[in-house]
Design a binder for this molecule. Structure first.
Ligand code: UD1
Length: 379
């Protein structure tokens, strides 16, 4: 039984990392493949170092490109890996182009496939991630979900509930394991801001940064927020490039930086007064930490963060964003609780299922007796 884990882009590392570690702890043979979608040290290597991940066994070096080029480069290169190493199970995570490329290669070779963070849906096909999510899920044999909406989405799409395992959130495993250590590094000092005294901003979605009108509106909103409290803004390479191209300027109270290492970022996240983001993962991390989050999008594929967490969808209108921050500073933030199974043990549940599945016999159907009792609603 050989498990092949695939990672490619920054948000994969903290989701698949705990699974790799848990599978290693149980002594199951595995390999780790890095597609190289994200290749800069600060987008990739630093996460391996800080999360304590083993070096990838295989690095595909696909790099940047259009969606078709990037996805097809992963498809071709990962097929070779599968043909060489003949894994019995491929595990992919999240919704990036690497996820879909690797999933497609495995499925076409008839290799059983598992998806960590299955079933999330924004119902917005203009997001490349939505296409990656839907297609990956429909290729999978084992689907590991983070929230109840994902179970419902998969059922609605006709995926057999017996394949679906509600395991919780592997990214929250990473967060819980590292956040105290991250706080003890006092990452806010480097920006000259105080705990609970700054807003943290992340922005990288093509829909927000590639459209000049939307981008300028968001910059205007961030500059207005900076008049209320200092802003820390670590910049994704795509966003950095848009700033260079557009010539729009940020106010002096906005402290900019490049992509931050994991521990620096989650330390800043944990002590932010509020967070403004268009990231999927950050919506979940703020909910897990109880930090108010304003999501600069029209939709979210993670509705549990709105229902049970600290997240609010505010869109991209500068006035609405500014008013929402004002409300938070006046004490009107949305408080939240912990979504079910976001308890630091999700990867353990994934590994339980993988182990049971493996003992059910290579290439055979999953042993029905080991499957979740309530139609995929519990592990
Ligand atoms: C990808 C994911 C997105 C995820 C994001 C997190 C897809 C479709 N999108 O978007 O879901 O939220 O990662 O960061 O897979 N670049 C660098 N250095 C790097 C990596 C990228 O400079 O290490 C540059 C590339 O040259 C490219 C741009 O950043 O111009 C975008 O990279 P890409 O991997 O295409 O997508 P992301 O926007 O990062």
């Amino acid at each position: 039984m050989l498990v092949c884990n695939v990672v490619g882009a920054r948000p994969n590392f903290m989701k698949i990392g705990p699974v790799v570690q848990e599978i290693a702890r149980r002594g199951l043979p595995q390999i780790l493949v890095h597609t190289g979608q994200h290749y800069d040290a600060e987008m990739s290597q630093v996460f391996f170092d800080e999360l304590g991940l083993p070096a990838p066994d295989v690095y595909l070096g696909v790099g940047a490109g259009t969606h078709a080029r990037q996805t097809s480069a992963v498809l071709v290169a990962f097929e070779d890996v599968c043909l060489r190493s003949r894994p019995d199970l491929v595990i992919v995570g999240g919704d990036v182009n690497s996820t879909l490329g690797a999933a497609l290669a495995a499925a076409k070779l008839g290799i059983p496939l598992a998806h960590v963070e299955a079933g999330l849906r924004s119902f917005d096909r203009s997001m490349p991630e939505e296409i990656n999510r839907v297609l990956t899920d429909h290729l999978c044999d084992l689907l590991f979900t983070t929230e109840a909406s994902a179970n419902d989405n998969l059922t609605r799409e006709g995926i057999a509930p017996a394949r679906v395992y509600f395991v919780g959130n592997c990214m929250v495993d990473s967060l819980m394991r590292h956040v105290q250590m991250a706080r003890r590094r006092f990452p806010w000092n480097a920006f000259g801001v105080a705990p609970r005294g700054y807003a943290l901003v992340t922005l990288h979605r093509p829909g927000n940064v590639d459209d000049p009108g939307v981008f300028e509106g968001l910059v205007q909103a961030i500059n207005r927020v900076a008049a209320l409290l200092p802003v820390v803004f670590p910049m994704h390479p795509r966003t950095d490039e848009r700033f260079r191209q557009s010539g729009v300027r940020l106010a002096p109270a906005v402290h900019i930086d490049g992509p931050l290492p994991y521990l620096t970022f989650i330390g800043l996240l944990a002590e932010a007064r509020c967070v403004l983001t268009d990231s999927g993962g950050v919506q979940e991390e703020t909910t897990a930490l109880g930090v108010p989050c304003l999501t600069l999008r029209r939709n979210t594929e993670r509705p549990v963060t709105l229902q049970l967490g600290t997240n609010q969808l505010v869109g991209t209108d500068p006035e609405r964003i500014y008013r929402s921050v004002e409300r938070i500073l006046a004490g009107g933030e949305q408080t939240g609780g912990h979504p079910p199974l976001w308890d630091g043990r999700a990867a353990c549940r994934v590994a339980d299922v993988v182990e049971r599945w493996a003992s059910g016999g290579k290439g055979e159907a999953v042993d029905r007796a080991l499957l979740p009792a309530a139609g995929g609603r519990g592990s």
